[in-house]
Design a protein around this ligand. Structure first.
Ligand code: SF4
Length: 328
């Protein structure tokens, strides 16, 4: 048996015994469900998606058409807490495009070709490959972070280039059973070939892995310093209600939030600080409260009303700090 046959065979046997076959998006042919799971899982752990987001989202938006028909606010509300809201906005936008394109009398559906999938908002190269492999059983590889790490270790690559990894992935994919092969690769990466302390002794690829002696050497980590951004946040009150605006910029677009100001008003009182780590920067907000004599904002809400709005994690922390300051 050559190495490739051995890899396919031992991966398939391992998956039959150890794979996370019960995951709901692995037990459906519904391309919309698979697409949704891929988008949710891009930046979020399986457990979080499974416990809190996947089913409630599908319950509220059971079809592409239902998602397209819903207002963005409702979509963001169901996404609240998952973060990276651009994912939800692109999902919504893509659903609207698919619905516009549907032919009369049919339900909107995803295209099966990778080239067509990539044209949709929010679907990158890997997501397109995952949808093609899982929903349409195309013989193509997926390439999420876990798979990249396995490929680097299997081939002892310290500084991988995307193009080379895709070539290796295409050469290695099991064309007879891309579904099991890809799911198994992701599971091996998530459970055995972990970034730290991989469990090589239990790995079905151990005998052909060139990196097993020093697995953590592959790939080399790029050192990244994350800048800190400072903001002054004003919690403005009128008649015990809090002023919030709906964000218009690209970042957090559509979510409701407290206003950031260049310079806090002299009469404002500082109540504390909240921090939040984003992928590319850390945000540190000094929070102030200010009681207005006349209403100068368009929208005011009670804390209970705010809980029904789609707001970011940072604004949630700010609201919590404000409520805490009221109790103090
Ligand atoms: S043998 Fe170790 S390093 Fe190689 S793929 Fe398996 S877990 Fe990863």
């Amino acid at each position: 048996m050559n190495d490739l046959c051995f890899i396919h065979d031992s991966i398939a046997r391992w998956y039959a015994k150890e794979g996370r076959k019960e995951l709901p998006w692995r037990n459906t042919d519904n391309a919309y469900h698979i697409w949704l799971s891929e988008v949710m899982l891009q930046q979020t752990q399986v457990k979080t998606v499974l416990d809190r987001y996947y089913f409630p989202f599908l319950e509220r938006f059971p079809t592409i058409e239902a998602l397209a028909d819903a207002p963005l606010d409702a979509v963001l509300k169901r996404w609240e807490g998952l973060g990276y809201y651009t994912r939800a906005k692109n999902l919504h936008k893509a659903a609207m495009l698919l619905t516009q394109r549907q032919t009369r009398g049919t339900s909107p559906t995803l295209p099966s070709s990778i080239d067509e999938l990539i044209k949709l908002p929010g679907i990158g190269k890997n997501t397109a490959h995952a949808i093609a492999a899982f929903a349409f059983k195309k013989p193509v590889p997926v390439m999420e972070a876990n798979v990249k790490r396995i490929l680097c270790r299997l081939h002892a690559i310290e500084e991988p280039k995307d193009k080379n990894l895709w070539e290796l992935a295409y050469a290695q994919v099991d064309r007879n059973d891309p579904f099991v092969y890809n799911q198994a690769m992701m599971d091996i990466g998530a459970t055995l070939c972990t970034p730290k302390n991989p469990l090589c002794d239990a790995c079905p690829l151990e005998s052909v892995c060139r990196g097993k002696g020093e697995p953590e050497r592959y790939p080399q980590k790029k050192r990244r310093t994350v800048p800190t951004r400072e903001q002054h946040i004003m919690v403005t009150l009128y008649n015990d209600k809090l002023a919030l605006s709906q964000r218009r910029g690209r970042f957090l677009h559509g979510l409701w939030g407290f206003d950031a100001v260049e310079v806090p008003l002299c009469a404002a009182e500082e109540i504390g600080e909240v921090t939040h780590a984003y992928t590319h920067f850390k945000l540190r907000c000094k929070v102030y409260i200010y009681d207005e004599l006349e209403p100068a904002h368009d929208h005011y809400f009670t804390p209970e009303e705010i809980r029904k709005l789609a707001i970011s994690k940072v604004d949630e922390k700010i609201l919590k700090l404000y409520l805490h300051s009221c109790d103090a």
